[in-house]
Write a new protein. Sequence first.
Length: 366
Amino acid sequence: MNERMRQYIELLCLGARAVGLDAGRRGGAGPSDALAFIFGRHPLTIPTLNKPTQKSRYVVIPKGNSFQLEKDGQILGEAVAVPRPKFYDLKTADGIPYSKIALLHGKDCLGSTVVHDCIRYRNPATRCWFCAIGVSLARGTTIPTKTPEQLAEVAAAAKSLDGVTHVTLTSGTTDTSDMGAEYQGECAQAIKRASGLPVHIQFEPPKDNDVFSRLKRNGVDTVGIHVESFDPRARLKYTPGKTAISLEKYFQAFQEAVAVFGRNQVSTFVILGLGEDEALTLDMCRKTAALGVYPYVVPLRPLLDTFLADADPPNLEYLHRVYQAVGEMLRGEGLSSTKSMAGCVKCGACSLLQFTEEPEAGEDKA
């Protein structure tokens, strides 16, 4: 592992202590408890709030109009922070701050949790152990449900004022046959009409596979169907509610989604650091990529206010092996973040696949 790649892995997993600056949003879905920085042309979401960060050897310090990155007191260079979006200063006609409706993810992605409720989160016996979807709602930094009109208004402003280029929508799982996908589709349609931005949505495998075609007609460009882990033991322990959906059902949904949206426009999150079997995980990532589904490999981030708040991040050497292997799989299948129209894969800030899907993995592009 070259030194630059080691730094990226350490920053992504262990985070950095934020000295003299706001350490970011606490809780919620997406890149919470963290701040986004740009390294060369690559965005990277660095944890700044969780417990591993408190012991991190990295520090980010404001220096004039930029930030200085240090490790063990040694200056590594300038860290370019993603600036606070201008659209955060606006409010809807009924007085709701735009930042309670959608947030900037990475460098140019608008993200929103459309419904801040989940049938699995409500019950501790079915809740995913790493999930913090209810935290931001409890802290008053968001609203329970965003309307299509609100999201369309914010998306148009974010595009105009801050150069946002795509949108990611997610939601807690609802007790419906579409698992909450169709309401996200309505929101996507409104966003597309108001801004023309490509839209990505995320949901569990629906009971009705015709949902995919309806989403496509509503203007959804890409979808994420998140398995979280391919290891049955890790699934049972850390995603107890989602184990009601078999891996076979996930792969069926992957195939149906690719048939509608095309290769490279379907993705699934694969979390590393849940005690999963490495060989099994790589084998299933290979099977997923062969279908045209992008396995978006991310390290466990022990978020505050979750059941895993006291957990340790994954082993760095293990992460490096998996990232290199999955990057090679992506190249072999012709999959790339640059080909994705919208969503987490296109953003790339929460994963290191943005580096290893390229042959010159980990090289600094600055």
